[in-house]
Design a protein around this ligand. Sequence first.
Ligand SMILES: Nc1nc2c(c(=O)[nH]1)N[C@H]1C(S)=C(S)[C@@H](COP(=O)(O)OP(=O)(O)OC[C@H]3O[C@@H](n4cnc5c(N)ncnc54)[C@H](O)[C@@H]3O)O[C@H]1N2
Ligand code: MOO
Length: 660
Amino acid sequence: MPISSPRPDLIDRIRRAARQEQFLQVVTAEEAMRRMRASFPFARMPAETVTLAAALGRVVAEPIAAACDAPPFDRSAVDGFAVRAADTVDASEATPRRLVLNAEVLACGVAPAIALAPGTATAIATGGMIPRGADAVVMIEHTELDESDPATPAILLKRAAAPGGFIGFAGSDIARGEALLRAGAVVTSREIGMLAAAGHAEVPVVRRPRVAVISTGDELAPPGTALPPGGVADSNAAILAAAIAENGGDPILMGILRDDEAALEAAVRQALAHADMVVMSGGTSKGAGDVSHRILSRLGEPGILVHGVALKPGKPLCVASAGGVPVIVLPGFPTSAVFTFHEFAVPLLRAMAGLPPRAETEQAARLAVRLPSELGRTEYVMVSLAEAADGAGLIAWPLGKGSGSVTAFSQADGFFAIPALDQGAEAGATVQVRLIGGAARPPDLVIIGSHCVGLDAVLEALAAQGIRARTLAVGSLGGLAAAKRGECDLAPAHLLDPKSGAYNTPFLAPGIRLVPGWRRLQGVVFRPGDARFEGLEGKEAVRRAAADSDCLLVNRNAGSGTRILLDGLLGGAKPAGYANQPKSHNAVAASVAQGRADWGVAIETVARAYGLGFLPLADEVYDFFVPEARIARPAVAAFLAELHAPATRARLTAIGFTPA
Ligand SMILES: Nc1nc2c(c(=O)[nH]1)N[C@H]1C(S)=C(S)[C@@H](COP(=O)(O)OP(=O)(O)OC[C@H]3O[C@@H](n4cnc5c(N)ncnc54)[C@H](O)[C@@H]3O)O[C@H]1N2
Ligand code: MOO
């Protein structure tokens, strides 16, 4: 439909977008970091004192010496008798030494009153204070009570004691004044124990940098609230707050702000009054970017340091210094936001928190597929790692979800860079993958192909056995190709061969086996009550809808089993909407449910989940291609066992599938 009278705010937005070009002065990531280092001290915050109970995870601000000795006095390490070693020199089984017992028992916490005279011994407990005159302790089991003279109870000692034997001397663990913790140490339960033993009830720690978090965007709603049409859950604030805490900061959630310059400026000023750093997300790019740009130039000198970095994700990053306080505006796209936060904000945050730079681990891997890349921007590609079947190390599978993904950063094992001057990376190229989260290890089971909720039911059972699976939804044909290259353990597929009408078997190749999975019902989905579909038989509905130019289809991507089915039914026709080709059953259902399309083909379970009408078309077979080279792997064997287990079959049946 043509726009007959564009709204003034739309015109304004287009004008602003053009102006925005003047603001975005893209620099390299290195230059951006150099400017940040020149403007911010990258130094730890001042110290504050906290109690031991509040010290966990904090960074020690200054060297801490032991305030007292540990142990605080010479003490016995065993239950027995304090003696003079010289009195025991000749003691043996044959010639035991008789030592007269002193009239006190040195339990823990008892201060000795009687000095130990030659020829005597004092009963002492483990932890008891060594009396004056004693220089060794003998264990009770190496003595015998001698009550031959009831007036003077004594012990018979059958072996010699070495001077210092079984005595823990004062300060032997920590001596008063000895360095206990150095500045920069992170306080764990172990440090807390030492501090308590060495006489400290409190500890000077680096004050946590307070980081205000602001999300901007008219479309945003707090997580968990019902989303209006066009609404998006504010996930950036949640992930950023947690990442701030993980990196030593104290997040202050300022909430969601609408795209309103005055309100946004007021919020940023309020944040600056309390915070040591301000992190915003959204509204940095074309059209809206000049709003934050204008605000940031008014907040104090020197103002904007960087606006635009030659990075993907992360191009519209904006960094300003409001009178020395860092204000970092991250792109709104979730992957871009969290990636730029880790690259640019985290180094500064950790320095302010007194934490060392994050340890970075790299691992070489072979890129599974060819990737084109935009010239002029360093592109960071989020990847999953899998072990190659041929034992040739790791394979990197791009997640392929783009900057708008909320899961790419969370699900990736790491990322690698395609340099700004390269137009892409070739399949098979060796790439250096920087691991996210430090100790990522490849999953036990790599599943690449078509996704199905039934698969989740099997994987849940595997997870209960501690087997971690990674699934990459690339479609049936993509999975089959990966299986042929030996790059996955399982390739779930529902490939219909239009000639024979058979599923999957016609696609078998040497070195690949087919393990039957389950059947699922495919059908036409439509909004309930739509008279164009209600009551029709599936194939008839397809015929009528395809002939109605007002009835908009949402198709599926080429290579998907559903697409092959639909193309077969359409017999070469390309009804209205045919070019709209999302990649999942869910996207088809969402499109119909939200009225962007009127019909599509999806599986019954998904139709039900979206409250849609459903007209059965075909029983679709969902099986697993398994490379023979991988079939003996324990995780694959466990998967196959679980697949056929009665409990799994019952679960699959309950959610609407028919196990093979
Ligand atoms: N014509 C052009 N358009 C875009 C360009 C460009 O150069 N020319 N750059 C693209 C790039 S690169 C990025 S990155 C994004 C960044 O856009 P903004 O920073 O202005 O972000 P928004 O438009 O506000 O939002 C983008 C996207 O992210 C969602 N979003 C925003 N905030 C949140 C949040 N707190 N939690 C979850 N999701 C959020 C928002 O709903 C949008 O979907 O611009 C490209 N466009
Ligand atoms: O540079 Mo933007 O951050 O990718 O999509």
